[in-house]
Design a protein around this ligand. Sequence first.
Ligand code: ADP
Ligand code: ADP
Length: 223
Amino acid sequence: AAAIEAVNLTKQYDNGRGCRDVSIRVGKGEAFGFLGPNGAGKSTFVKMLVGLVTPTSGHARLLGEPIGTLAAKRHIGYLPELYRYQEWLSGEEVVRLHAKLCGIQRKVADERVPRLLEEVGLGLRGRDRVKNYSKGMQQRLGLACALVNDPAIVFLDEPSSALDPIGRREVRTILARLKAQGKTIFLNSHLLEDVEALCDRIALLNNGVILRHGSVSEVIHTR
Ligand code: ADP
Ligand code: ADP
């Protein structure tokens, strides 16, 4: 089965906005990018795939499992656009809490949480309270949380948009490493540099519909 397969996936909000007839197929281990301006429908599409928004029509599967099912959710990690933390907790406590919510056994978490903090460059800051983290550190903490169930597919909604250039580069480096580990990545971004650096294929989304899709060069350099 493909990692992600969506057929005519549609969400129409009451105000008529949303996204319409989006069909994509992403192979295992591929990095796929959704490029489009704010309001294009990128978040809506990802929220349907991760089971947070119910489609109006169409269907989709993740590694063969219908979206919204527990079986599909087991395969996924998700970094929402604006992730809110319990900022009185330490970074390590936040990731541990996530592990617990994912039903991960304590013994597994004992090994995995420090390793993930290390992987996102927070190994030395795990004991600090999140309220003392920079935006970039908070995004990297969000990445650690998204990876806590060792997902095959990772959905990232504008992971570096709110970051300064150094923060963006740090996130980009981590995403490249995830891809090298064989994870399937679905990246929403309005930044060409982000999708260009990472993605094998992209789709250009505007006003809720795909305008073009293909390799980065096919999509960006054709007029
Ligand atoms: P993007 O992630 O590309 O910025 P979104 O998926 O967040 O786009 O939004 C797509 C469109 O749907 C926008 O016009 C947005 O205002 C609208 N929208 C998003 N969520 C809702 C909602 N819950 N109710 C009504 N409209 C919404
Ligand atoms: P995101 O990009 O993560 O979806 P947004 O800033 O687009 O976040 O939206 C924040 C919240 O407001 C979300 O729950 C979204 O569904 C909702 N929302 C966004 N646009 C609209 C809208 N035009 N009408 C109603 N709700 C909206």
